[in-house]
Design a binder for this molecule. Sequence first.
Ligand SMILES: [Zn+2]
Length: 128
Amino acid sequence: MYKLNGCCTNCDKEVFEAIERFPSDHKRAREMSVAGPPTDDAVRCFLLLTDGSHAGVTLCKDCDDPDLMKIWQKIIRTQAREEEYRNPQTSQPKNRIESLLKFANEAPLGIIGARPLKEVIDDPRNRI
Ligand SMILES: [Zn+2]
């Protein structure tokens, strides 16, 4: 239903090393609260959206043909839920709302590429 932090967006398998987890009495008990580096299973998939822009989602290497609308709905639900956990002192409402609206107004047309996430992170062309 919701995307789990540090997990494949499709099947919820962990694809990042867990640095910290939410405590057992937390609503998100056992889910990682702080994700470390990606595992060898992590794949970054690049989606083409209806407005021509791209979005990257993290999947595991076994989920190479996911139901894109299903994972898109999961991402939107998760972004909306994240509002509960944000600190109003430090968050920027305008950016959050714009991001949520963009996702809600677009849909993925297809996967246009996929690379192991470790390669994407290590690629100097991805650094600003
Ligand atoms: Zn998966």
